[in-house]
Design a protein around this ligand. Structure first.
Ligand code: SAH
Length: 344
């Protein structure tokens, strides 16, 4: 069965033409899918005969809400979605002054192995299709009853380890005939697959790029992120330069502070030496304790000292605001606990 939500507008038009219909129908179906239609019968502008004809080989599959947690502190919503094959992914919707922002997953699990991350504990199950990534936005927007204006691809998974579907997802979600989210309203976060960053720079999709750096030297980085054995920081930074040249988008660096690992002032000084003179921004995240990992988050004071050191030395740094701390289960922890429950 074809999942029509997986198709870009052009692919949908080709498909519709291939069964002898006018391409005009593609626009109607594409718009309905973006608005949250869950079956072809909701596409009421199509004739019954056409709906039946389509139903024999195609359907619309949206992620289904399995659990929904709402923060009492700041209204952040966390969804646990079930995919058609029973796999689970997490999606978070945050409310900012300028509107709703969503954090979507790109894979079920992850194979990057970062030492501080819960999503990778049991490895990669599979990559999401383009429609399953877009479907998280569609399903959440429908449930919230309010437009979602910006998207970060920072949930479970490594988007550049699912390159083709990720690019296709962007094409679908950006299309003004559907969700119509502008390029500047997307941010992709990667653990630093330098070859893919370089390739993505040439796609003509000028979205924001965030790189999970987490350490100022290759040696320190290899201790936290196995991917650092494949790409050096120098290779990543040179890919970032190409990205900036081609897209004009400033690159930001994420840095999770873990006590005793990367949060001392010597690390801050090394980070300053590394990034000095670059047009960039550092996003500091006090590490989220994950029970299977024994990492400790620094005290408020040591985090502030690290940030001040960067700012006083010409590196623009901010602390990531923590949202939904009461529904914590951050960074893949909700999916893990639910998988354990299913098994238990
Ligand atoms: N694979 C991508 C996107 C998913 S992770 C990436 O690596 O960027 C999103 C962000 O959360 C990354 O910066 C990741 O390093 C960070 N992260 C993961 N686990 C964390 C934890 N326990 N505490 C703080 N940040 C964490």
């Amino acid at each position: 069965m074809i999942n029509l939500a997986d198709l870009t507008y052009d692919e949908l038009a080709d498909y519709v033409k291939s069964i002898g219909e006018s391409a005009f129908r593609a626009g109607q179906i594409f718009r309905r899918i973006a608005a949250g239609a869950e079956c072809l019968d909701e596409c009421t502008e199509l004739s019954k005969a056409l709906r039946e004809r389509l139903s024999s080989e195609a359907e619309i599959r949206l992620p289904q809400i399995r659990r929904k947690l709402v923060s009492e502190i700041d209204g952040t919503v966390k969804y646990l979605f079930t995919l058609a094959d029973g796999n689970l992914v997490e999606t978070v919707v945050m409310r900012y002054r300028y509107g709703l922002s969503i954090c979507v997953s790109s894979q079920v699990g992850c194979r990057m192995g970062c030492r501080f991350c819960a999503s990778t504990l049991n490895g990669l199950v599979r990559s999401l299709t383009a429609g399953e990534i877009a479907g998280q936005i569609i399903a959440a927007q429908k449930d919230m009853g309010e437009r979602i204006g910006s998207v970060v691809i920072m949930g479970i998974g490594e988007p550049f380890d699912n390159y083709d579907n990720f690019v296709k997802f962007l094409k679908i979600a950006n299309d003004p005939r559907g969700l119509g989210i502008g390029w500047r309203h997307f941010t992709v976060s990667t653990c630093g697959l330098a070859d893919k960053i370089e390739r993505f720079a040439g796609e003509g999709m000028p979205i924001n790029l965030a790189v999970s750096l987490h350490a100022p030297t290759d040696e320190q980085r290899r201790e936290l992120m196995p991917v650092a054995k494949r790409f050096t920081i120098a290779e990543i930074l040179s890919a970032c330069d190409i990205y900036f040249e081609k897209t004009g988008r400033r690159v930001s660096f994420e840095y999770a502070l873990a006590e005793g690992k990367n949060s001392d002032l010597a690390s801050a000084a090394a980070l300053v030496r590394l990034l000095r003179g670059r047009n960039c921004h550092v996003n500091l995240i006090p590490v989220n304790p994950v029970k299977e990992r024994n990492l400790i988050r620094g005290s408020r004071k040591s985090v502030a000292a690290f940030m001040d050191y960067l700012n006083n030395n010409g590196i623009n740094a901010t602390l990531r605001r923590e949202l939904g701390s009461d529904i914590n289960a951050s960074c893949g922890q909700l999916r893990n606990s639910e998988e354990n429950r299913k098994e238990g």
